[in-house]
Design a protein around this ligand. Structure first.
Ligand code: SAM
Length: 283
């Protein structure tokens, strides 16, 4: 078969199947031949490993993953791509395409059914309209996976991989760091896609932690993080009071017990600070 990352091959396949891109489904397909092999090799795909891919498109990354991993399950929402994937993945017997919305899928069950005895990783060029919900689902569902390697918009990658407590950090930085150790791998220019999006992208890898780095009631911890960043320019006493619906006096007492200055801003706080606030509220 001709190389799938070759632009001529891609155009030929798409035109033979009468395929037109859906903006609503975030369809920007990779046409830069160097990106997929690099992503696949960084993802941990290999012998004894099963891979979940989200949104295979025409299968350009799937092809690379199939060559490395024992098994690949690719979850694609767009039915129109199923006959395309039948053609582009025909040479592999270690791949299964599941036609579903990844946000609706029971991934714990899928892993039990499809990857018995294998280490499991996720590798995907994510549809950008659901980047955060997909990443948070992969983390919050407590899947038995070891790593998530995904392409996201560059700005989202910078936010996720920022140091907790630095100017670039946000609710997503703190939330991701509760479950995983994020790492920026490499940038990908907008011209690497068809059609080209307006912004550049980056590939990040999240190594899943066995235990959260701090101890706190999880519901309270995430409620505090959301409230703290809901008005990130405000001082923490005001944003927590507004976001948690508690009086200023109550919040000042909580912050004192947690040893956090009431004039601090959310972006300056550490994971330990957020956990201490959640624990003080819980007491
Ligand atoms: N992996 C391909 C590539 O790199 O060229 C395509 C990536 S494209 C950015 C995103 C893919 O996700 C598209 O194929 C799109 O149809 C699919 N998709 C969009 N929403 C989805 C959802 N909720 N569940 C599963 N797949 C989805």
């Amino acid at each position: 078969m001709k190389r799938l990352s070759d632009i001529g091959t891609i155009k030929d396949i798409l035109s033979r199947h009468g395929f037109t891109f859906s903006k609503a489904l975030g369809q920007n397909f990779l046409i830069n031949p160097s990106v997929c092999p690099r992503m696949a090799s960084c993802s941990g795909a290999g012998k004894g490993v099963g891979v979940i891919e989200v949104g295979p498109g025409i299968g350009v990354l799937t092809n690379e993953l199939c060559q490395l991993a024992d098994k690949v399950v690719a979850v694609e929402l767009d039915k129109r791509l199923l006959p395309v994937l039948d053609e582009t993945l025909a040479e592999y017997d270690n791949v299964k395409v599941v036609n579903a919305d990844v946000l609706e899928l029971d991934l714990n069950q899928l892993i039990k059914d499809e990857f018995d005895g294998l280490e499991v990783v996720v590798c995907a060029n994510l549809p950008y309209y659901i980047t955060s919900p997909v990443i948070m689902k992969l983390l919050e569902d407590r899947l038995p996976i070891s790593a998530v390697t995904v392409m996201v918009q560059k700005e989202a990658a910078q936010r996720i991989c920022a140091e907790v407590g630095s100017r670039m950090s946000g609710a997503v930085t703190v939330s991701v760091n509760y479950y995983a150790k994020p790492q920026m791998l490499f940038g990908v220019s907008a011209g690497s896609f068809m059609p080209a999006p307006k912004v550049d992208s980056a590939v990040i890898r999240l190594d899943i932690l066995k235990e959260p780095p701090v101890q706190a009631d999880e519901g309270l911890f995430f409620a505090v993080v959301r409230a703290a960043f809901s008005q990130r320019r405000k001082v923490i006493s005001n944003s927590l009071s507004a976001g948690l619906g508690k009086s200023k006096e109550e919040i000042l007492a909580v912050l004192e017990a947690a040893n956090v200055p009431p004039t601090a801003r959310a972006e300056k706080l550490s994971l330990e600070n957020f956990a201490a606030i959640a624990n003080a509220i819980g007491e």
